[in-house]
Design a protein. Structure first.
Length: 276
């Protein structure tokens, strides 16, 4: 029999999208799946929607609003699967994701995380985000996996779950750093099997507003790793500074051109008048 997969869906005030998210989970072609939804202190409208959807899923857990990390930990604690797959309430999977991800993680013990290319959906367009297969050195620079990813329940236990102090975002990145600290890699299926909505009020949007505060938290929390890979980290910071400086120089060049044009155009017009 196939190993049981527990799909954990934290939900906070997402009445509009949660039904699609749940349907994408229960309609996976893998077969042996339990879907657990954690209502993280949602409004009454969302609670009403979840109540109607409850017969479709294995468990609906309700708690006060504590953030995504807490909701995921609670969902996993109440699950029974050997493998865990997180899914945000405003996102959805292609029906083949679990089958493809399981064939990868079960055939290579060095693979700790499996996700895929991401179909990023905004109001006006969609784009494909292509992460790369990565190890701990790469994850010290950036998060190279989506939050909706497959991993072993035993690895979640080993690293102590998600950091519930991280209520403002980047909790996935922190979790993956700890998960890969002892070795292993993150694998990316080279197909856009995750639909990811970009919304002004989404967790990732809010996290980007606190970007430097969250970066400081991660850098200090994993100080030992950054010291161990000091040269890699320095090269990363310098490359980021170089990108910023190039952008600033480009903007200054454009500004100087516009200013020069505004100053010189009237002079040229005066000259043209005298030529007449």
């Amino acid at each position: 029999m196939k190993d049981l997969i527990s799909i954990i869906i934290p939900c906070y005030n997402d009445a509009e999208n949660i039904s699609e998210s749940i349907d994408s989970a229960i309609n996976q072609d893998y077969g042996n799946i339990e879907v657990i939804v954690v209502d993280d202190g949602s409004d009454q409208n969302t609670k009403n929607v979840l109540r109607n959807l409850e017969p479709k899923i294995a468990k609906l857990i309700t708690q006060k609003n504590k953030g995504a990390s807490s909701a995921r930990n609670v969902g996993i604690q109440n699950s029974t699967g050997k493998y865990i797959l997180n899914l945000d309430s405003d996102d959805s999977f292609d029906r083949t994701f679990v089958t493809k991800a399981m064939s990868i993680i079960q055939n290579d013990s060095n693979i700790k995380i499996v996700s895929s290319y991401i179909n990023r959906i905004s109001e006006n367009r969609s784009t494909i985000l292509k992460h790369k297969n990565s190890d701990i050195k790469s994850f010290l620079k950036y998060n190279h996996s989506s939050g909706s990813a497959l991993f072993k329940r035993s690895d979640w236990l080993k690293v102590g779950g998600y950091d519930e102090k991280m209520t403002s975002g980047y909790e996935d990145w922190d979790f993956y750093i700890r998960l890969l600290k002892g070795g292993g890699v993150s694998y990316i299926i080279p197909e856009p099997l995750l639909n990811y909505r970009i919304r002004p009020e989404s967790n990732s949007t809010r996290a980007n507003k606190m970007k430097y505060h969250l970066l400081r938290y991660i850098y200090i929390k994993h100080k030992d790793l950054y010291i161990e890979h000091y040269e890699v980290f320095v090269d990363h910071l310098l490359s980021r500074l170089e990108v910023v400086e190039k952008a600033e120089r480009k903007n200054w060049t454009k500004l100087e051109f516009r200013l020069g044009k505004k100053i010189l155009d009237p002079i040229r017009k005066i000259k043209d008048v005298f030529k007449l």
